[in-house]
Design a binder for this molecule. Structure first.
Ligand SMILES: [Zn+2]
Ligand SMILES: [Zn+2]
Length: 280
């Protein structure tokens, strides 16, 4: 995050908008279509939550049993699935891969949506949640009605879906940063490469002598099968495999492979998007 930027939320938004604007029109339209169905599903869950006192109190109870760490993990996972969606379209010059982020369980989704609603209400009116939790559903309904009214004459255009996406990602990103649970690229914690990414690495034959494996400093003999990372750096398999069990970066250029670590993966995708704005 740049020091001279007064509003971290607006710089998060700039990064996502720049990444979106780098998409081809057909990818942008596919992404919008996908987002529209996700948002539609979420708004159905929100309606169910707000209209059923039983579902609401069960979900609120579940939310209360979660530790702060679990709450931020839920939001991190939600952020990651949103970032992965965009990353799929940015990487694929051909047809995008289906989303790789696992679907959230319905109960977790409900808890997440309730948490986001409560955050939004608190932001809108800091005293709204001073009332006892039994009143929260009514408070949320009142707030939802008000915001639905202000949105109702806007229709649901592609542009509004993308604005909603940008705001959602920026909100989750800032929440995750504020909780200090990764994604800000400052903790420098090392995470292992994902098993799926390692298994998918290609084996190539060394075509000329004189190349050195930087891990063991020994020459890679001509004709030998070695591992090629996506950045095209080559390593002995017996050298790179233990390396990738500890880190997801190339020993030569620090290119990042995907990781199963939620905050490590958020950081990796965020750096890819940020690179498009010309910064890091
Ligand atoms: Zn080696
Ligand atoms: Zn490399």
């Amino acid at each position: 995050m740049e020091e001279d930027h007064p509003n971290p939320s607006s710089s998060s938004q700039t990064i996502i908008i720049t990444a979106l604007s780098s998409l081809s029109p057909s990818h942008l339209s596919h992404l919008t279509h996908h987002l529209s169905s996700v948002f539609h599903h979420h708004s159905r869950r929100v309606s169910a939550l707000l209209s059923s006192p039983i579902l609401f109190s069960l979900t609120l109870h579940h939310l209360h049993t979660l530790s702060l760490h679990h709450k931020s993990l839920l939001i991190s996972r939600h952020l990651l699935s949103n970032l992965s969606l965009l990353a799929n379209y940015i990487h694929g010059h051909g047809s995008p891969q289906p989303p790789t982020a696992p679907m959230m369980k319905l109960r977790d989704l409900d808890v997440l949506l309730l948490l986001l609603l409560l955050c939004e209400l608190h932001q809108h009116d800091p005293h709204a949640l001073d009332s006892p939790p039994s009143r929260w559903r009514v408070e949320l309904c009142r707030h939802a009605t008000k915001s639905a009214l202000s949105l109702s004459n806007m229709g649901v255009s592609n542009c509004e879906i993308l604005i909603k996406y940008v705001e959602l990602v920026a909100k989750c990103r800032n929440f995750v940063n504020a909780m200090g649970c990764g994604g800000d690229g400052k903790d420098g914690r090392e995470v292992s490469a994902s098993v799926a990414a390692v298994v998918a690495l290609p084996s190539v034959e060394v075509s000329a002598s004189g190349w050195e494996c930087v891990i063991c400093k020994e020459e890679m003999r001509e004709g030998r099968d070695v591992c090629e990372l996506p950045c095209q750096h080559l390593f002995h398999w017996i050298c790179i495999l233990p390396w990738l069990r500890k880190r997801n970066t190339c020993p030569c250029c620090r290119y990042k492979l995907p990781t199963d670590d939620v905050s490590g993966e958020i950081e990796r995708l965020w750096a890819i998007f940020a690179a498009k704005t010309g910064g890091a």
